[in-house]
Design a protein around this ligand. Structure first.
Ligand code: MF3
Ligand code: CO
Ligand code: CO
Length: 293
């Protein structure tokens, strides 16, 4: 005897609709609604509805296209200010707003972080040289929705050290993403990243973490890139957050320069980062800023 109703079977209520379009949907809505309330009250986490997710996904497409446009022009001899100009103009041309500009006093439209700069590098007169690595972190606001992603690029041909740190940082984001599904925890994500980074002899930056995103630039929860399996908040469908591990070739310690933004490795070692905006979906994980890893 068949007892389980398939999602494409006729709904047992007799409506004539498929089960997934009828009572399965109602049941899902009735389980998401109380969860929404509980996550807001307990953790200040704002779960996203389908219309919100579509808005963030559209913004995410723009962010990924912007990263592609930057990648196409990266070359030795260019100033980081040129990257700022490209990101700013492309964002505005699509009817979006660059989120970093004037965010808590940040003076530019994108973060550009070269070599030992961990994150929050301010574009300007620094000239990219053959063998550098450069992270470009783009956050756009489109119709009120935020999406946030970054990549680390090679300038010309990389030395083995540069190749290694970029490879490990990308693998760390991939490992973090592989843990994203309902029922897993925030600690599972951090554990997977830390385990991989340290097994390669690299270190994980602690001072900056992933974050909820979508309605605002930085929302609850925080997503540390280190941690313990099974610890922390349980992931629920409708959560949208970034994973953005900053991985150092040497020690994990950092300092912030006098401009109050630029974070650099204390030992001067190379640092690389990759970031995507992720949705916890019923089936697991969907990247809202997808690019190959
Ligand atoms: N995009 C960064 C992040 O991933 C935040 C940059 S804040 C800024 O969270 F002000 F520097 F833009
Ligand atoms: Co972010
Ligand atoms: Co970012």
């Amino acid at each position: 005897m068949k007892t389980k109703v398939g999602r494409n079977d006729p709904c047992p209520c007799g409506s004539g609709l498929k089960y997934k379009k009828c009572c399965a949907l109602k049941q899902q809505q009735s389980t998401v609604e109380p969860l929404k309330d509980a996550y807001l009250r307990k953790y200040r986490i704002r779960l996203k509805e389908p219309k919100d997710i579509e808005g963030i996904r559209r913004c995410g497409k723009l962010v990924v296209e912007t990263l592609k446009a930057v990648e196409a022009v990266i070359r030795p001899g260019m100033e980081t200010e040129e990257i700022n100009a490209i990101v700013h103009e492309m964002t505005v041309a699509r009817g979006a707003v660059p989120a970093p500009l004037n965010y808590r006093g940040f003076p530019k439209s994108v973060c550009v972080s070269v070599n030992e700069v961990i994150c929050h590098g301010i574009p300007g007169g620094r000239v990219l040289r053959e063998g550098d690595i450069v992270n470009v972190d783009v956050t756009s606001i489109l119709k009120g929705y935020y999406a946030d992603a970054n990549k680390t690029f090679f300038v010309g041909a990389p030395a083995p050290e540069a190749e290694k740190i970029v490879r490990v940082a990308a693998a760390c984001l991939k490992a973090g993403i592989s843990m994203v599904r309902p029922g897993n925890t925030v600690g599972d994500i951090g554990w997977a990243i830390q385990d991989l980074a340290e097994s390669e002899g690299c270190s994980v930056v602690r001072e900056f973490v992933g974050h909820g995103v979508g309605f605002e630039f930085h929302e609850a929860p925080q997503i540390p890139h280190y941690g313990q399996r099974g610890q922390g908040i349980v992931l629920a469908p409708g959560m949208v957050f970034t994973i953005e591990p900053m991985i150092n070739l040497g020690g994990k310690e950092l300092k912030v320069l006098k401009d109050n933004w630029t974070a650099v490795t204390r030992d001067g070692s190379l640092s690389a980062q990759f970031e995507q905006t992720l949705l916890v979906a019923d089936e697991g994980c969907e990247s809202l800023t997808p690019y190959p890893l």
